[in-house]
Design a protein around this ligand. Structure first.
Ligand SMILES: Cc1ncc(COP(=O)(O)O)c(C=O)c1O
Length: 545
């Protein structure tokens, strides 16, 4: 801020100039002129006039900032929140160090350079506090001396040390590409082993068999994003680019930002909050009457009610009336359900169970090669898709996801055991879980052989006091994420829909709902944790009689 903005300015960071420009366009379309006048953009890239080690250059560190006034801040925040296209903390930390060390410069050729810090490189010392990388896990073996260049200028040596200490010790940059590729093959359902990464290319025939039921699916059909929201946002953007400006449909009550994306970017959305057969009848009638849509977006199952739409019927309507189907499989996960044959795009938040460790975010979108819009989507991707997934995040996600398939079995079993305990409790009004919901048959139509019902469930108590007593007593981590390797309980509706509680209730999403994301604990232990919390709620109910 001191270098480029003014002391009262605020800033949002983005991974590329193009994304920062999209943020500015979004704000310009909404904000009053005085707010727009406060916007300014700066993009910083590696200063190639400095002698920098090859390893650093190959990372192509970029960071873009949109500066704004306090009044403009809420407008920028909307873009940042809904699009998911902000920077990861690892990219921010890394670029910040380069910036302080004078190794970043303005991207604009010929633009005036700000004065660089007079201080010598301070990066290495700061990072001597140790790496954020978990050294207890198996990692691609570091390449001693990576980036080291004996006999070069002290500045380059400092940079090399900085890179090694912050990055190279845990990461040989030559592993980034194989890690990206392994993640994509894992998502495509073709890489099932959890073996160590190598730089040797995968066998040619590896993609020939996959659990997605789409034999011609290739690694190149899987696109990575820095988080799940970015995958959904960019899937919508891709469809607008490939098909032109048309309204979308959100089918079912989904994760909060998905509806916001469809409302605020493009010509709007028709929202069906119940995802029922009668909603589909209504949609069919509109289509028969000549209305046309860009795409139908849905979750399988949905967050937080875990309901599943009838994908087979949706597919038939899409084929007949020419719209795309985008399925968010985050909660079901491709270890339990296979939705790709019904979808044009399958989006997913890899931040959740795929990672499990909750120390990295990620997202993916698969373009179904048999989809009607595949060629148009691929054309769009060739010019518009930017891989902004930061290399260090790639390495984390690859490592975390190696045992994804084996973690799912335990999580499925634990979730069912917790459901049993909750369903037996007289204080509980309803338990939402794919196995017990009315839409169970829709879930089972996509369930994989050996797949379970997933790790997410929601519970509503008959009475608020007991919900509070239960929530306060339940001895799990409390927080709004899901898919962590440990159990996580949250008053989800209050957190995600606080400004629209009455609206959410119209769709059966009650304000006192408690969402439970089930982890990998020993089944007996985690069941006892829930039994104990229910006992406290029962005592509370008893004392109120
Ligand atoms: C179903 C679903 N999709 C997408 C997202 C967004 O994912 P991310 O947090 O990786 O941006 C979430 C987040 O909770 C989610 O529950």
């Amino acid at each position: 801020m001191a270098r480029f903005g003014n002391k009262d300015a605020k800033a949002f960071l983005f991974p590329t100039r193009q994304i920062a420009a999209r943020c500015v366009s979004f704000v310009k379309a909404r904000a009053p002129p005085a707010v727009i006048a406060s916007l300014d953009t700066v993009t910083l890239v590696l200063d190639t006039t400095k002698q920098v080690p090859e390893a650093l250059a190959s990372l192509s560190p970029v960071i873009a900032a949109v500066f704004c006034s306090q009044e403009a801040f809420p407008f920028l925040k909307q873009y940042w929140q809904h699009s998911g296209d902000g920077v990861s903390s690892r990219r921010a930390e890394f670029c910040h160090s380069l910036f302080q060390d004078g190794l970043l410069c303005l991207e604009d050729v010929g633009a005036p350079q700000p004065p660089t810090s007079p201080k010598p490189c301070r990066g290495p010392k700061r990072y001597q506090r140790g790496s954020s990388v978990d050294m207890t896990k198996t990692t691609p073996s570091p390449r001693p001396g990576a980036g080291r260049d004996a006999g070069t200028a002290p500045e380059v040596q400092e940079t090399s040390r900085f890179l090694e200490e912050r990055f190279g010790r845990n990461l040989d940059v030559s592993f980034v590409q194989p890690a990206r590729s392994a993640i994509k093959r894992r998502i495509a359902g073709s890489l099932r082993s959890d073996s160590e990464l190598t730089t040797t290319p995968p066998p040619e025939n590896e993609m020939a068999s996959n659990s997605r039921g789409v034999v011609n699916l290739r690694e190149e059909d899987v696109y990575l994003f820095p988080c799940g929201m970015s995958a959904i946002f960019n899937s919508h953007r891709a469809l607008l680019g490939a098909r032109g400006s048309m309204k979308s449909i959100e089918f079912g009550f989904a994760y909060v930002d998905t509806l916001k994306i469809l409302e605020k970017f493009g010509p709007g959305v028709v929202f069906y909050g119940n995802a029922s057969e009668s909603d589909l009848d209504n949609l069919e009638k509109r289509l028969e009457d000549g209305e046309r849509f860009l795409a139908l977006f849905c979750e399988f199952p949905s967050n937080p009610l875990l309901s599943c739409p009838n994908l087979a019927r949706i597919r038939q309507l899409a084929d007949k009336y020419d719209f795309a189907v985008v399925v968010d499989e985050t909660i079901g996960t491709f270890a339990n359900v296979n939705v790709l044959p019904f979808a044009d795009i399958v989006a997913s938040s890899l931040t959740k169970i795929f990672s499990g460790d909750c120390n990295v975010m990620g997202g993916s979108a698969i373009f179904n090669p048999n989809g009607r819009y595949y060629a148009a989507l691929k054309r769009w991707a060739r010019t518009e898709y930017e891989d902004t997934y930061w290399p260090e995040d790639v390495i984390f996600l690859e490592r975390n996801s190696r045992d994804f398939a084996s973690r799912i079995d335990r999580i499925n079993a634990n979730a069912e055991a917790i459901c049993d305990v909750l369903r037996e409790c007289p204080l509980v009004k309803s338990v939402f879980y794919p196995k017990y919901n009315q839409s169970r048959a829709n879930y089972e139509a996509c369930q994989l052989p050996g797949g379970g019902y997933g790790g997410l469930l929601s519970v509503v108590f008959r009475n608020r006091e007991q919900a509070i007593a239960f929530y306060d007593a339940v001895d799990t981590a409390k927080g709004p994420s899901l898919g962590t390797n440990f159990t996580l309980t949250s008053p989800y509706v209050l957190l995600a829909h606080y400004q629209e509680l009455d609206w959410a209730e119209q769709f059966g999403v009650e304000r006192d709902l408690i969402r439970i994301s089930v982890g990998l604990e020993e089944t007996e232990n985690i069941v006892n944790v829930f039994k104990a919390a229910l006992r406290v709620a029962e005592e509370d109910a008893g004392s109120q009689k």
